[in-house]
Design a protein around this ligand. Sequence first.
Ligand code: ADP
Ligand code: TPW
Ligand code: MG
Length: 585
Amino acid sequence: MTALAQNIDAITAGAVPHDEPALTDGFHLVIDALKLNGIETIYNVPGIPITDLGRLAQAEGLRVISFRHEQNAGNAAAIAGFLTKKPGICLTVSAPGFLNGLTALANATTNCFPMILISGSSEREIVDLQQGDYEEMDQLAIAKPLCKAAFRVLHAADIGIGVARAIRAAVSGRPGGVYLDLPAKLFSQVIDGALGAKSLVKVIDAAPAQLPAPAAIARALDVLKSAERPLIILGKGAAYAQADEAVRALVEESGIPYVPMSMAKGLLPDTHPLSAGAARSTALKDSDVVLLVGARLNWLLSHGKGKTWGEPGSKRFIQIDIEPREMDSNVEIVAPVVGDIGSCVEALLDGIRKDWKGAPSHWLETLRGKREANIAKMAPKLMKNSSPMCFHSALGALRTVIKERPDAILVNEGANTLDLARGIIDMYQPRKRLDVGTWGVMGIGMGFAVAAAVETGKPVLAVEGDSAFGFSGMEVETICRYELPVCIVIFNNNGIYRGTDTDPTGRDPGTTVFVKNSRYDKMMEAFGGVGVNVTTPDELKRAVDAAMDSGKPTLINAEIDPTAGSESGNIGSLNPQSTLKKKGG
Ligand code: ADP
Ligand code: TPW
Ligand code: MG
């Protein structure tokens, strides 16, 4: 028996007075390490071996929000990371719980959101010999390709350094998901309290400023100054960076029109005179110099080429990003500016303040004309008070809600429900629009809604396709349990894209439809929340206002015309369809 074990035995037997050197264990060291680094909340699903970790964390003052499924806890952690620039923490059990959380970890990495998935695991000796432990799985190996970094801690004295590495890996450089593997045996390892305290590491300057090279700034300014039709594209990296004042100053002082990507909406209000959001196609096609600020030239921007971008060779790109390897990922970047957005934008601003002739007025006029025409075309569609509602009329009502309550957070997923809401609902403040992100993933809804409410204390409006909602719908119980100010609106069109599909053989329901005229509002009532069914935009507006005024968990089932949607929403062009379809009977 080691001296330490003897010491513990003696203490438990009462032979040594309790004011002997305090002891600590793995559980407490994990909690102390998180607290030391300013972590306030854990998104959790309990079970062996982490049940007590959640309990003790709660007892030690951390907020522990327990979910019904790890994917939702993981999505909550990821968006907490996006909103706060601190890694969101998700805590799961081994193998199946870990795997359930992994989708969220991979999604966080894809979206550049900082999060740490902490999973309990089973014993190395048994896992490595594949001897069949309880929930056996080589979790570290499985997590590695799906996240930015993955670490395992085997000794209690290494917990401090393990947590520190995980935090720094998640938030420094391009943010992303980190996996931290904590085997069951670690939690009950006991070590001397003073040694334990000393082993903790407070991460200093976890995401250091990364200044751009002066030559890179000079090059970017040269290109920008030579532009006749310049355009700024703001991405969710710019929203994440929280350099809101600098970004606004860059747009306003340069007078360059901008297009916000989905989660960058509200960085400047969508109603800003320089917003070209409502003239997006023209702005992308006809611009000659494009300054990307925290936005990647991935599929969401047609990879920077093709019809979207006009004549081949008509475009020069300047890109601000913290990740050097992002440059030239799809097309040539003539002026790469590598650094953090705050520092890069400030440096560009300095140059613009010294010497800038303004953006050419004919270009601004073109975009303004296009924008006004598009807005005028849309307006009547948004005002109809029809029943059943179409997407436009229902979204017209929600557009007014956000206009009147600009500090509310909008969570949004679905196909038509997503694409149309993105275009119709104007955002007025930064980081208020949270959605399916880079993967267009369904299932982020309730996890994002819970974390948005918990992290910001602001009211949350979740606008959900009926299919999208189903991926995380059980978390309405979580929303009711924690009494969160979340109002969920289900756009219920009886299915995926539309509610009209049939099985050509007549045997089963069509593959994209659900039970007709379902009443999702009753789900909320089952858990003590408020459920409302609405059939007109006026009723919808009233119900959302009541929910937001009361702050009570509410679910509104909004009946939408099942014939109104289009296949795959706005991205039907990506959907391969068979030309050899058989007509069944
Ligand atoms: P969107 O989907 O809105 O176009 P993306 O997720 O494609 O946005 O791009 C976000 C980009 O922002 C990523 O390439 C990421 O490296 C970058 N980024 C994130 N945070 C920062 C930051 N603080 N400074 C600079 N770049 C950042
Ligand atoms: C994890 C594929 C994209 S959009 C969607 C699915 C299933 C649902 C669309 O129906 P909804 O919206 O929400 O009712 P609406 O308004 O058009 O009727 N699995 C995952 N992610 C994705 N993107 C899918 C499947 C999909
Ligand atoms: Mg639907």
